[in-house]
Design a protein around this ligand. Structure first.
Ligand SMILES: [Zn+2]
Length: 390
């Protein structure tokens, strides 16, 4: 006999649905500005590393229940043309993109990429309701208003900028970005800039096509202009992202900021698990936790556990577990780096698959409250404490 038992969603599905999920670091704007991708169209890739795929489009973000996406703008640094000479061919292959990216100043490119992304947003429409799938949020007040809509609200897109080269050595550029609604600046990126020295952009084992053979001296740190920028960011209430900074620069930033503002490391791994200077040592995680900040785990095993053969979710949860043990449950979050020309795990290749993370965390014994913290509760707290409050 067949009985009609009511179908109830599994516990992890309910938990994922009710949690506020914040992804601290995604790069859909790169695909919009460089490849003219419409974020309304899904462009799935079966491969892990596929620069032309789209992993944080509007639909994937909504399906994955990503409530808040910190959408990072990166104006490509001119140094990549020296360290990866084949890219110079772009001048002939895509002259329009070439002019946009390499014939304007970094701040001009950054502002244009912000414009490109904002222009892409109105096209987002939920197929069932006809309502917007995404909305730009330029202040904490706007974020709170959007979240207060509850249940089926659009994904909140918050601007962020990666690489202090975008400031062009002027403090006034910081104010310009802050006024545009940029919540955080990642001070460093691939190359030395006016603020700071960076770590090596990729692990040495991943230097393809003779690209990125140059050296980075991780003993060099924060420059005087970088110190002034950090001070101004504390003053403005713009979050400071220490990702890509050298260990020496990070140490200086912890000292300068103290407990005056929560710091973020938006997309990193743990040095204890993978001893690369890009990753944070345990004392750093504790320092960030003590200041009320947050460490976002990147979804890329080559930073987290390069020797892990199964390129799956386990390398994310093992890193999360380490950060929780060291810094406490309130110090961790997620920063997938989707669409940042990355190589995500085989079983979490785009934002729509985020529920798998919730399922895994519950299976690993985290309490419901702990899962809420990891998925976005902690990141929301940092935004509330650190964004535009002074
Ligand atoms: Zn990055």
């Amino acid at each position: 006999m067949v009985t009609n038992t009511p179908q109830t969603a599994p516990d992890w599905e309910n938990l994922h649905e009710e949690a506020t999920l914040v992804d601290l670091h995604i790069h859909p704007s790169l695909k919009v500005s460089l490849f003219h991708r419409l974020l309304t169209t899904r462009l799935y890739s079966a491969r892990g590393f596929d620069p032309f795929s789209l992993r944080s489009d509007f639909t994937s973000l909504r399906e994955g229940n990503v409530d808040v996406a910190l959408s990072c703008i990166y104006a490509p640094e001119h140094g990549i043309l020296n360290e990866c000479r084949p890219l110079r061919l772009l001048r002939f292959i895509t002259p329009i993109v070439w002019r946009k990216v390499f014939c304007q100043t970094p701040l001009q490119v950054t502002l244009q990429m912000l414009d490109d992304l904002e222009r892409a947003i109105p096209a987002s429409r939920d197929r069932s309701t006809g309502g917007p799938q995404a909305q730009i949020v330029r202040s904490l007040g706007e974020l709170e208003a959007l979240l207060a809509q509850g249940g089926n609200h659009p994904t909140a897109f918050i601007h962020a900028v990666e690489g202090g080269h975008s400031l062009e050595g002027k403090l006034s550029s910081l104010d310009t970005l802050f006024d545009r609604g940029v919540a955080y600046l990642t001070l460093a990126h691939f190359f030395e800039n006016e603020l700071v020295y960076p770590c090596y952009p990729w692990p040495e084992t991943l230097q393809h096509f003779g690209c990125f053979q140059g050296q980075r001296n991780v003993a060099l740190g924060l420059k005087p202009f970088g110190e002034a920028v950090v001070e101004r960011m504390v003053e403005l209430g713009m979050l400071i992202d220490i990702s890509h900074c050298t260990p020496a620069a990070r140490a200086r930033i912890y000292d300068i900021v103290g407990n005056r503002a929560p710091l973020i490391a938006s997309h990193v791994g743990a040095y204890e698990i993978n001893p690369d200077p890009y990753n944070l040592k345990d004392w750093e995680v504790r320092r960030i936790a003590d200041g009320g900040g947050i460490v976002g785990v990147i979804f890329m095993n080559y930073w987290l556990m390069p020797r892990e053969s199964a390129r799956g979710l386990n390398f994310i949860t093992r890193t999360l577990e380490h950060f929780v043990r060291v810094g406490g449950i309130e110090a961790v979050g997620i920063g997938s780096d989707f669409d940042g020309f990355t190589d995500p795990p085989d079983d979490l290749k785009d934002a729509s698959e985020m529920p798998k993370l919730t399922q895994r965390l519950l299976a690993e014994g985290y309490s419901r409250d702990a899962v809420h913290n990891i998925l976005g509760g902690n990141a929301l707290r940092v935004l509330r404490q650190g964004w535009g409050k002074r």
